[in-house]
Design a protein around this ligand. Sequence first.
Ligand code: COA
Length: 330
Amino acid sequence: MDSKRVVSIIGTGSYVPEKVLTNQDLAEMVETTDEWIHSRTGMRERHIAADGQATSDLGAAAAEKAIADAGISVDEIDLIIVATLSPDMFFPSTACFVQDKIGAKNAFCYDLGAACSGFLYALETAKNQIAAGAVKTALVIGSEKMSTFIDWEDRSTCILFGDGAGAAVLQAGGEGRGVMDAVMGSDGSLADLLWTPGGGSRNPISREMIDQKQHFLKMQGREVFKHAVVRMGDTVLQALEKNGVSSDDIKCFIPHQANVRIIDSIAKRLGVVGRMYTNVEKYANTSSAALAIALDEAVKDGAIVKGDLVVLTVFGGGFTWGANVLEWNK
Ligand code: COA
């Protein structure tokens, strides 16, 4: 492990669209209340992209902030990975659109699909490409326009999601251990508990498919909740063990921002209450952007400082899950 090349996060950034949709606003759209939503999820509001704004627009805005924070020239970026489940279009990749917007002409670009777990998967993928010596500098983005495929008449799902993007610049080198090894897992047999069944090759776009609202996100909330608590808890313990650190050494745990009750349950199980970072109140669940935004905010508001050990953990459709450990060295 020690002979591996160190890979560091040298800059972060995030962006959420201007429009805010509060629980109160939702109560005027579907039969719900601020009290119900807040007590079940911890959410108060979420941001919603403008009609003309696509996922790559959100991602590019976050990326520009991360690049400025890293203090590098855009020409130095060798690789762009965008984690998303709401791409601008089936192809080309959203990463290619981001590349064009930010002018990163020396980068090669691709998208990564791991639903809400995408940012951590992309971080691990980029880290390994850097550690292998294939690239020196990578831009990793989680970006989502969830509002596009939410059924705004379904109160069990429409309250849960928001739009936004977060980004990180990774580079070879740095003090300490930087981005350590991730533990990741998936279980495709549970795909139908959280998915968007229509619009792809299995169930192509048709009048009938749209009439049946198959192009909207569908979820078995209680089942997802249970699996998320178990998987994120287990995988954090595995990642700590893999990297030879104890939970007592960790300054801050940054979980996927899906529901504050999920986060609290994991904190209790791991005995780390008070060390979990959460901003779900402001943004709701922004899928692959959630971890990226939370990481950026944790750094910017001083919850993480140089030398701190940090755990990231995610869970999402697939099912997919994962965790890794960072030594924050910026
Ligand atoms: N407002 C008011 N009532 C609502 C509601 C809303 N927005 N949404 C659902 N309800 C109702 C249900 O119809 C149900 O009524 P019933 O008992 O008469 O059938 C009742 O509230 C309880 O529903 P239930 O689904 O059991 O609630 P819950 O406590 O499990 O909370 C979630 C629902 C969705 C908040 C919760 O299950 C959850 O967060 N799951 C994980 C979702 C997630 O994180 N997904 C993404 C993972 S990446």
